[in-house]
Design a protein around this ligand. Structure first.
Ligand code: NAP
Length: 247
């Protein structure tokens, strides 16, 4: 696949889906900027793995909810590479609780981690990409942002917000050839889903037409497609990668 830029920043990339996105994009020849928040050893391990396979990788530490740090990180990347070709807003958290018991702080913590961080990333990428007149962004939303879920009012609102926000960014970026799209994964085998109760996992498995959870690599390949020039006429789109769970 061809890409309009030569590099990509992936937030929350030291493990799970973010790490697989970094692996796949590096495999397509992009220099990947691996963002991590708290586990330098994982980021270092991933960088070494990518480089040992002939890929290009760099590590950049920041908390994606920290506006100043996010802005500084993008400036560092542009200073180093002369551009920001691609951004994947992948960093995200859950903090599940039934709405009746959810404190406002618990609601807002997930909005900040998932939606606010993605907004900062999209806005700052749009500034840089507007000057370049090229670039593409993928936001990793969720099936929960499309269909809602008991116990996840905060997460559903954050991911639904990311979908609507991406479409709005797509309008603003289009005149300058900058595309914004979303991936909405269903259930993926990662630390996030390992916390689910066994009976809940079994329930979902029964209801997924393809009969299994996704791998991180399957999310990563779809992300690479939307970022790439193979998707050059796709913007404001939401690509469901959910095994048919929500069609
Ligand atoms: P994960 O295993 O929990 O990994 C999340 C990553 O995000 C971690 O590396 C974490 O870093 C990082 N992160 C969280 N908050 C951050 C922040 N403020 N700044 C920088 N990094 C931060 O999650 P995952 O399953 O790979 O999920 C990745 C994305 O896919 C998330 O947006 C999630 O909502 C979405 N998604 C996942 C599933 C699924 O089934 N797994 C389904 C739909 C959507 P630290 O370890 O340093 O905190």
């Amino acid at each position: 696949m061809q890409f309009c830029g030569k590099n990509a920043l992936i937030t929350g990339a030291s493990k799970s889906i973010g790490a697989d996105i970094a692996r796949v994009l590096a495999g397509y020849g992009l220099k990947v900027w691996i963002n991590y928040r708290s586990k330098p050893e994982l980021a270092e391990g991933l960088k070494n793995e990518i480089e040992s396979q002939g890929g290009k990788a760099a590590i950049i530490q920041f908390d994606a909810t920290n506006e100043e740090a996010f802005i500084e990180a993008i400036a560092t990347i542009v200073e180093s590479d002369g551009e920001l070709g691609h951004l994947v807003n992948n960093a995200g958290i859950t903090n599940d609780k039934l709405a009746l018991r959810m404190k406002t702080d618990e609601f807002m913590s997930v909005i900040d981690a998932n939606l606010k961080s993605s907004f900062i990333g999209c806005r700052e990428a749009l500034k840089v990409m507007s000057k370049q007149r090229f670039g593409s962004v993928v936001n990793i939303a969720s099936i929960i942002g499309e269909r809602g879920n008991a116990g996840q009012t905060n997460y559903a609102a954050s991911k639904g917000g990311m979908i609507a926000m991406s479409k709005s960014f797509a309008y603003e970026g289009a005149a300058r050839n900058i595309r914004f799209n979303c991936i909405t994964p269903g259930f993926v085998q990662t630390d996030m889903t390992s916390e689910l109760k066994e009976e809940l996992k079994e329930y979902y498995l029964k209801n997924i037409p393809l009969g299994r959870f996704a791998t991180g690599m399957e999310i990563a390949q779809s992300t690479a497609f939307l970022l790439s020039e193979s998707a050059s006429y796709i913007t404001g789109e939401v690509l469901k990668v959910n095994g048919g769970l929500y069609m």
